[in-house]
Design a protein around this ligand. Structure first.
Ligand code: HH2
Length: 287
């Protein structure tokens, strides 16, 4: 979506206006005991705060704070517990210098934290009753992610006739619903939801067709970092998937993704710096 003043594509993101002229990195901080790749590492608020600062220093353009794991089979937590995890971390980071996103699907959590975050990242695409209403009047950016089913059961038997068309249709429908709620187009991001109610083959098909998902013009965010599909491709355990994750992020960007959600900011940043250096040169230097 274009910024009205400059004409360049940009994402309105709370206190920030993020240019979409180069790929952006969203760094993940999971304040949970059970996240699939870093569960328990940042449950202590001091550890989460330090990690968020470290990822920002490493070059994250957005920090995504999560207080509930959505890994396959995860048990849901209540709003009070999610808030108790997020609150002290958010309170310590007003001056982080980059936008803060909150990864939540609960309208109560959204409403409570809205004036302290710049983005809400909802793996349920704001389908909960009252979710769109909770965020409509604010300035936060919204990430609408596709998920078939719900985390507890989503990997049992995912089924699609045409995964790319169905995911794209769903995301366009959610973006249209947001617009009907008065949400400006330059606040909207879409995400195919790798691993959320998808087989390995579905994930591969979506990665091959990120360009089709991006075609309608909504900025596409992808979360491939350390996921099971990277493990299957590389044969590596979850703690050893950095290289595969960086390759996948780069491929997604080459195909048109604008934001990559990653655990390993430093490595991803280097790969994207190489991409940007090559791709930003449109004219050969004069002889
Ligand atoms: N993936 C996870 C969580 N939130 N949000 C978006 N928009 N896209 C994703 O692909 C995505 C997401 C799962 O990763 P992680 O947060 O590391 O694990 P857990 O859900 O176990 O905390």
């Amino acid at each position: 979506m274009k910024n009205a003043a400059s004409g360049a594509p940009a994402l309105r993101c709370g206190r920030f206006l993020l240019p979409l002229t180069r790929p952006l990195i969203m760094g993940v901080v999971n304040i949970t005991p059970d996240s699939f790749s870093d569960g328990g590492a940042h449950l202590d608020p001091a550890a989460a705060i330090e990690h968020a600062r470290r990822l920002a220093a490493e070059g994250a353009d957005i920090i995504d704070l999560g207080g509930e794991s959505t890994r396959p089979g995860a048990q849901p937590v209540g709003a009070a517990q999610e808030l108790a995890r997020l609150d002290p971390v958010l309170a310590a980071l007003p001056d982080l210098g980059v936008p803060i996103s909150v990864d939540t699907s609960k309208p109560d959590v959204m409403r409570t934290l809205l004036d302290r975050c710049d983005m809400v990242n909802d793996v349920n695409a704001f389908r909960a009753v009252g979710a769109l209403e909770a965020v409509a009047a604010s300035a936060v950016a919204l990430c609408f992610m596709h998920m078939q089913g719900e985390p507890r059961t989503m990997q049992l038997s995912p089924r699609y006739d045409d995964v790319v068309a169905e995911v794209r249709g769903f995301l366009e429908g959610r973006a249209a619903a947001a617009c009907r709620h008065g949400i400006a187009r330059d606040r909207i991001v879409i995400d195919p939801g790798f691993g959320f109610g998808k087989t390995y083959e579905h994930n591969l098909e979506l990665l091959r067709h990120v360009g089709d998902l991006a075609a309608p013009g909504w900025p596409v965010l992808v979360g491939l970092s350390r996921k099971a599909m990277i493990g299957r491709m590389t044969g590596r355990d979850v703690g050893d998937r950095v290289n595969g994750s960086v390759a996948a992020a780069l491929l997604a960007v080459v195909r048109g993704a604008r934001i990559v959600r990653v655990h390993d900011v430093r490595a991803t940043r280097d790969a994207l710096a190489v991409f940007h250096a090559v791709e930003s040169v449109t004219q050969p230097p004069a002889a």
